[in-house]
Each structure stands twice: as structure tokens, then as C-alpha cells.
Write a protein that binds this ligand. Structure first.
Ligand SMILES: C[S@@+](CC[C@H](N)C(=O)[O-])C[C@H]1O[C@@H](n2cnc3c(N)ncnc32)[C@H](O)[C@@H]1O
Length: 275
């Protein structure tokens, strides 16, 4: 048989396989809510096995998925936002406002809390050419990428634990950008109105209290892209907003101190001065 024929047969078998698989998937989906208990149980078991197989496959072959999966498994108490999504100069207006406020201050120390793969730290170097900058993240895969970046001696990357941060502090500015939140797009798409089970207010507040301990007087605490507001936490009386830089561009839901959805929320401030 010629090679062409073998390729054709292979193609037809693959196509047939995909079609059969598609039909089976459709049947399973349609029978998921069947009135017969036994069918429901069988279908649910198939669903469970299918999802488990998909997860195992991703854990084995997708290193980003694996790092997030392990983070949630081993460090779920400490992790906030799990995805490492980031890019250079993501918040230019905020960075400019902060560098203007801190201009002329000597011996600046800055923390990028949740620095992901390091783009935020590289960006901060441009806005604060002489500062000591510490990037902290809880995802070891992201940190490994950070550690390969060509940076100067005044930049350090550390694994985020309270004691490590304490060792490198205190700071004139802490940037905590797109960290204190959980699955914002999923929550929006599902119309979820309480974050209690997914990311309760208390977890956010506890983190803010911890960061507050490392901010110098007159220093900045920048909390941007969050599902809650610093103004609702117990440290609020120690801070005042710098200008009216806010989360107008945060297009996903925000919540109150009872972890309940706020409908039509006023814009939340992002840059705070410790008074
Ligand atoms: C969406 S990324 C934000 C990256 C960057 N700050 C930005 O705004 O582009 C969220 C990052 O927060 C990190 N993160 C989550 N919990 C953390 C924690 N407890 N300490 C430090 N980093 C954390 C995640 O590993 C992830 O890299």
C-alpha cells in the first residue's frame, strides 16, 4: 500500500474517533440530569473520572498548571491570587504617581509583593532607578524565572513568607498589585454574590495588617486590583489616599467586609500614604 493511502486511512480513523468521542460526550452531557438514579450515578462517575484524568494530564504536561495546582494543595492558607499573569509597565499611572511622591527620598526600599515572573520588578527599576527593590512571590516556578533575569545588585527575589519579608524590610513603598483577589473573571461570569467560601474578607484583612507592619511612616501601600478595599480594614485609620488613583479599570466585582457583592461600588482608592 502506498504512503498516501496509509495517511488517508490514518486521517479517517482519527476523524471517526473524534466523532465517536464527540457523540459520547454529548450523550453523557444530555443524560447528566436523567430522572433515573442509576444513569445519573454512572454519568457523574464518568464525569468525575474524565475530569480527574484531565487534571492528571495537565499536572504531568503543563508546568504552569502544575505549579498552581501544587500551590493550592500545599500552601492554600497563604496563597491569594493563583495565576501568574503579568506584563511590563502594567500600571503606568500608578507607578508615575508613586515615583513623583517619593522623588528626592534617599535610600528607597521597595517591595513588589506578588512579583510573579519579575516584570513588575523590572518596571519598578525604571521608575525608581536608585532604589533597593525586593520581589516576593509564593510560586516557586515564577521565582525560578525571576532568578534568571539579568538584574543589578540592588534587586533581590525572595520566597514570600512573613519572616523573609520581615528580614528584608521595612519599606518606603509596597506594591501589591493584582494579588489580593481570587478568580475574579470566574466570579464575574458565574454571578457569584458571596466570596465567603472562595476568598473571605478576613484573609484579605490579615494580609493587609501584615503588609502594614512593613511600611515606613510616610511610606506608600499600594493595593490595586483587589476584590476588597483597604478602607474596610482595621488599618484604615493609619492611611490616607494619595490623589484619586483608583480601581476604575478593575472590571470585575468587588465585595464588602462581609464578603458580599457591592452593587454599583464607588471607585476604590489604590495608593495610600501611611500617616
Ligand atoms: C496576577 S499575578 C500579579 C503579578 C503582578 N503583581 C502584576 O500585577 O502584574 C498574582 C501573583 O501573586 C502571587 N501571590 C499569591 N499569593 C501570594 C503570597 N501570599 N505572597 C506572595 N505572592 C503571592 C501569585 O503567585 C502570582 O504570581
Amino acid at each position: 500500500m502506498s504512503l498516501k493511502w496509509i495517511e488517508r486511512i490514518e486521517y479517517m480513523i482519527t476523524k471517526l474517533g473524534l466523532q465517536l468521542f464527540g457523540t459520547a460526550k454529548k450523550n453523557i452531557k444530555e443524560n447528566r440530569t436523567s430522572e433515573r438514579t442509576i444513569i445519573r450515578i454512572v454519568i457523574s462517575t464518568l464525569y468525575f473520572l474524565w475530569n480527574a484524568a484531565q487534571t492528571v494530564k495537565r499536572v504531568c504536561f503543563d508546568s504552569e498548571f502544575r505549579s498552581i495546582f501544587l500551590l493550592q494543595l500545599i500552601n492554600s492558607r497563604n496563597v491569594h491570587q493563583t495565576t501568574p499573569y503579568t506584563y511590563m509597565d502594567r500600571y503606568p499611572t500608578i507607578f508615575s504617581a508613586c515615583s513623583e511622591y517619593l522623588e528626592g527620598k534617599q535610600g528607597l526600599k521597595i517591595l513588589s509583593y506578588g512579583c510573579s515572573t519579575g516584570e513588575e520588578v523590572l518596571t519598578l527599576r525604571k521608575y525608581f532607578p536608585n532604589a533597593q527593590i525586593v520581589g516576593a512571590d509564593i510560586n516557586k516556578r515564577s521565582l525560578a524565572k525571576c532568578k534568571k533575569l539579568p538584574v543589578d545588585n540592588n534587586i533581590k527575589f525572595i520566597y514570600s513568607t512573613p519572616s523573609e519579608i520581615q528580614k528584608h524590610g521595612s519599606f518606603d513603598a509596597i506594591f501589591c498589585m493584582a494579588v489580593l483577589q481570587r478568580k475574579p473573571h470566574y466570579i464575574k461570569s458565574k454571578g457569584i454574590s458571596s466570596l465567603k467560601k472562595i476568598y473571605p474578607f478576613e484573609k484579605f484583612e490579615q494580609q493587609i495588617i501584615e503588609l502594614d507592619n512593613h511600611v515606613n511612616k510616610d511610606g506608600l501601600l499600594v493595593i490595586h486590583f483587589t476584590q476588597y478595599s483597604l478602607c474596610d480594614t482595621e488599618v484604615a485609620p493609619r492611611y490616607m489616599a494619595l490623589g484619586n488613583h483608583n480601581q476604575n479599570d478593575y472590571l470585575t466585582p468587588v465585595f464588602d467586609k462581609n464578603s458580599n457583592l457591592i452593587k454599583n461600588p464607588p471607585p476604590q482608592n489604590s495608593i495610600f500614604i501611611k500617616i
